[in-house]
Design a protein around this ligand. Structure first.
Ligand code: SF4
Ligand code: SF4
Length: 213
């Protein structure tokens, strides 16, 4: 179910302008931030950025590159150039579908998939994530559902997601939702697990260790 929700989110992202957009020149005249690359290297998933030889195999393999503002290869180049704001405002990490094609094909073991996840966490921590994507709202609704119930309540999750993104678009999915309700595949009432407090304690611990809130 969760994977389906992710793909629904992805399908609703405003389409990019094709491959040309993925390789577009950086529009801002952002000053280089030497500390940015070091910060990324220190993150789980970011260490491999050092080893990249800019061969472009990751970008050529990526099924979603046409929707990204910056391809995986270009994202890595921008990190190394210290372009903090451009990277952390980009839609690219959020458009990544975690298919791992780039990672299995990279000749240098860079793991661009893990890098994309690391950049999501970093931009969430700084509150700089792209406003042009709705995936952060989906993640937030997912975490809130876990905090409240200890498990995902699909109806509540989707209501929060659409309320924070585009309530009108919920109408398009209403027939699907009603069908699932009719067949007992969804419940209007959230059921909580025992020990929700323990789940929240674990989440707080993760936040104290540097996880995104
Ligand atoms: S495939 Fe690997 S080495 Fe080549 S550009 Fe992508 S991350 Fe860099
Ligand atoms: S894991 Fe993400 S960045 Fe890598 S090829 Fe798949 S969609 Fe593209």
């Amino acid at each position: 179910m969760w994977q389906k929700l992710c793909f629904m989110t992805l399908a609703e992202e405003s389409p990019g302008a094709g491959a040309a957009l993925a390789e577009r020149p950086t529009a801002t005249a952002e000053a280089e931030d030497d500390s940015f690359a070091e910060e990324v290297y220190s993150l789980p998933g970011g260490e491999g950025v050092r080893w990249c030889i800019q061969c472009g195999i990751c970008s050529a393999s990526c099924p979603n590159v046409a929707r990204m503002e910056y391809s995986p290869r270009r994202t890595i180049a921008m990190i190394r150039a210290g372009r903090r704001n451009d990277v952390l405002n980009s839609n690219s990490p959020w458009i990544c579908a975690s298919c791992y094609l780039c990672t299995v094909r990279c000749p240098r073991g860079v793991k661009p998939t893990e890098l994309m996840h690391a950049l999501e966490r970093l931009s969430t921590r700084y509150g700089t994530h792209s406003r042009r994507v709705s995936t952060p709202a989906m993640y937030r609704a997912f975490v809130n559902s876990i905090k409240n119930n200890g498990r995902v309540h699909e109806v509540g999750l989707m209501m929060e997601y659409y309320r924070k993104t585009n309530p009108i678009s919920a109408l398009r999915m209403s027939s699907v939702g009603l069908g699932l309700l009719r067949h007992g595949r969804l419940s209007l009432k959230a059921s909580k697990i025992k020990g929700v407090g323990q789940i929240n304690a674990m989440l707080k611990k993760a936040e104290s260790l540097g996880g995104a809130k």
